[in-house]
Design a protein around this ligand. Structure first.
Ligand code: F6P
Length: 499
C-alpha cells in the first residue's frame, strides 16, 4: 500500500511513510512467565494514527519508550522496526532526566497551559532558569533524539520509492521538523499535526522568546502544519506573522518562510465508529452496564482525563447551581464523573485532583439526601465502564476551558442509546462540527452552565431524538478514513504545487 495521490488514487512514487508521536500504539511488558507481551495504547490519537499506519504496509511508527520492556524493544528496533500485529514500530529510548524535563516542565505545564489558556496571568507563569534548562536539556535533546530515530528508520528502509513522508504529531515534538531538516534537508515531506488549540498571538507571547520563536521557526520548516479547526489554523498564521514578522496569506492559510511556502490546514480528527459500536457490545462493557444504569434518576455524565483544561470544577459548580434553582430535580438525576488520573507528577495536576474531590463533597453535602448522592465520582481508568456510561447517558457534559477537539463527544454520541443531549463548550474544537446539534455553553459562565444542564435534562423527547440522530450522522459521516484521505490528498497537492 502506498500514499494516495491528489485524485484519491495511488501516488506513483510509493513514498515511505513515517509517523512520529510521543505516545506509541503499544506498550510492552513481561508476563509472569517472563514472555514479552504488549497492550495497545488507548486514546483517540492512537486510533487515528492506526488508520494512517494501515494505509501503508511498510509505514513505520516511531514513539517514546515508556516502560523497561519498551526500552529493550527500543534497542532491538534500532536496526529494523519491530513488527507487532499489523504495525511496524521503532521505539526511542530517551535519557530519563531529559524526558522528565521535556514532559513535566516544558511540554505539559508550559506549552499545554499556554495553548489551553490555563495560566492565572497575574501570578503565573514566572519564567526563569528552570524553563531555560528544561528547554535546553530536556525538550531539545528529546526532539533531536526523535529526528535521529527517523533518520535511522529511513536508512534501514528497504523501499526504493519516492521521497519519504514524515508525519510528526503534537506539542511534545515541535522541534522535530527543525532537526529533521538539519539531517535530511528539504526533500522529505514533513508535516506537524498540532492536536491541541493554537492560541492568538498575545497568548503565544506568554512563552519566553527562545521558545516562542524557536518553536515557530521549527514549525515553519515543515511543509504543512495541521490543526483540528480553521480557527486554530488562522491563529497560527497570525502568530507567525506577528511574532516573526513573516509574510502570510491568511485567507489561503499560507506562510512564506525562508523562500518556502508552508500550508496551515485544518483536518478535524474523528473516531472509528465501527470500533465503538463493537466495543459497546463487548462482554467487558456489558458487565459494567448495571453499575451505570442502576444510578438513581437521569444520568448526567462527564468522562475526561483529569486535566485542568477540562474545567471539571466549574462543571460541578454549575450542576450545584442547577440544583439550587430547581430543587424539584433532586433525586431525579445523578452526575457520574469518570475522571482518569493524568500527569500526576506535575504539582498543578495533583492539586487539581484534590480540588475536584472537595468540589464533589461540597455538592454532595449541600444537596444530597439520605437516599441520594448527587455526584458519583470515579477517579480511575476504567474504559469499559466509560463506554457503558456512553450508552446510558441522558446528558453528556463537555465544558472544557479549551480543547483541541474532544473525542469523548464523538465516541459517546455514536453508541448512546437514550437520545442523550450534548452540552458542549464553545471552546472545544468539536464545536465547529457538532455545535449546531448541541447546547453550547460559555464554559466560564456558571449560570449558563446550570441553565444548559437543566434544559438538557428536561428537553422534550422529540427534540432530543432529532439532535441525537444528527450527532450520530455527523460523526459517522466524517470517518477517520476521511481524515487520513484529506491529509494525503493535500500532501500530493503540495508536492505537485512545489514541483
Ligand atoms: O493531543 C493531546 C494529547 O497528546 C492526546 O494524545 C492525549 O489525549 C493526551 O494529550 C495525552 O496526554 P499524555 O500523553 O500526557 O498522557
Amino acid at each position: 500500500m502506498v500514499a494516495q495521490g491528489a485524485d484519491g488514487g495511488e501516488a506513483k512514487n510509493g513514498s515511505p511513510i513515517v509517523i512520529v508521536s510521543n505516545r506509541g500504539p503499544v506498550t510492552f511488558s513481561r508476563d509472569d512467565s517472563g514472555t514479552r507481551t504488549y497492550s495497545r495504547g488507548a486514546g483517540g490519537l492512537v486510533t487515528a494514527l492506526n488508520a494512517v499506519s494501515r494505509r501503508q504496509d511498510e509505514a513505520v511508527w516511531i514513539a517514546s519508550a515508556t516502560s523497561d520492556e519498551d526500552a529493550r524493544v527500543a534497542g532491538e528496533s534500532r536496526e529494523e522496526p519491530y513488527e507487532v500485529e499489523d504495525l511496524r514500530v521503532a521505539l526511542v529510548e530517551h535519557d530519563e532526566g531529559a524526558y522528565d524535563l521535556m514532559y513535566n516542565t516544558l511540554a505539559n505545564p508550559l506549552l499545554w497551559f499556554v495553548q489551553h489558556g490555563l495560566y492565572d496571568l497575574p501570578y503565573a507563569p514566572s519564567l526563569g532558569d528552570d524553563t531555560r534548562r528544561a528547554w535546553e536539556e530536556g525538550y531539545l535533546p528529546v526532539n533531536e533524539n526523535f529526528a535521529g530515530a527517523v533518520e535511522r528508520v529511513l536508512e534501514s528502509s528497504s523501499r526504493g520509492g519516492g521521497e519519504p513522508i514524515i508525519l510528526v504529531h503534537d506539542y511534545q515534538l515541535y522541534m522535530v521538523p527543525h532537526f529533521l531538516r538539519e539531517r535530511l534537508g528539504d526533500a522529505p515531506f514533513v508535516s506537524l499535526f498540532v492536536h491541541i488549540p493554537w492560541p492568538d498571538p498575545e497568548g503565544w507571547r506568554v512563552l519566553p522568546r527562545y521558545v516562542r520563536e524557536g518553536v515557530l521557526r521549527s514549525l515553519l520548516r515543515a511543509d504543512v502544519v495541521a490543526f483540528h479547526t480553521d480557527r486554530y489554523a488562522r491563529n497560527f498564521v497570525r502568530t507567525a506573522r506577528e511574532v516573526l514578522g513573516v509574510e502570510t496569506d491568511e485567507e489561503g492559510g499560507v506562510v512564506r518562510y525562508e523562500g518556502r511556502e508552508v500550508w496551515a490546514r485544518a483536518y478535524p480528527i474523528s473516531i472509528d465508529p465501527g470500533e465503538f459500536e463493537e466495543l459497546a457490545e463487548s462482554d467487558a462493557v456489558l458487565e459494567q452496564e448495571s453499575s451505570v444504569r442502576d444510578l438513581p434518576g437521569k444520568l448526567l455524565l462527564r468522562i475526561d482525563r483529569m486535566d485542568l483544561s477540562k474545567n471539571v470544577l466549574r462543571g460541578f459548580q454549575a450542576y450545584g447551581r442547577m440544583l439550587e434553582r430547581h430543587p424539584e430535580m433532586k433525586e431525579e438525576v445523578t452526575f457520574l464523573a469518570g475522571l482518569q488520573p493524568s500527569r500526576g507528577d506535575i504539582p498543578e495536576y495533583a492539586a487539581y485532583a484534590d480540588a475536584i474531590q472537595k468540589a464533589v463533597e461540597e455538592v454532595n453535602d449541600k444537596h444530597g439526601t439520605g437516599e441520594w448522592q448527587p455526584v458519583v465520582l470515579s477517579m480511575e481508568d476504567n474504559f469499559p465502564r466509560s463506554v457503558a456510561a456512553y450508552k446510558a447517558y441522558d446528558v453528556l457534559l463537555v465544558n472544557a476551558v479549551r480543547d483541541g477537539m474532544n473525542l469523548v463527544a464523538k465516541e459517546a454520541a455514536v453508541v448512546n442509546e437514550e437520545n442523550g443531549v450534548l452540552v458542549l463548550s464553545e471552546n472545544a474544537g468539536a464545536q465547529e462540527e457538532l455545535g449546531e446539534f448541541a447546547i453550547s455553553v460559555n464554559p466560564f459562565d456558571l449560570d449558563e452552565g446550570a441553565d444548559a444542564i437543566h434544559a438538557a435534562l428536561t428537553m422534550p423527547e422529540e427534540e432530543k431524538k432529532r439532535r441525537a440522530e444528527a450527532l450520530k450522522r455527523q460523526v459517522r459521516e466524517n470517518t477517520i478514513e476521511k481524515w487520513v484521505e484529506a491529509q494525503l490528498k493535500d500532501i500530493a497537492a503540495y508536492r505537485e504545487h512545489h514541483g
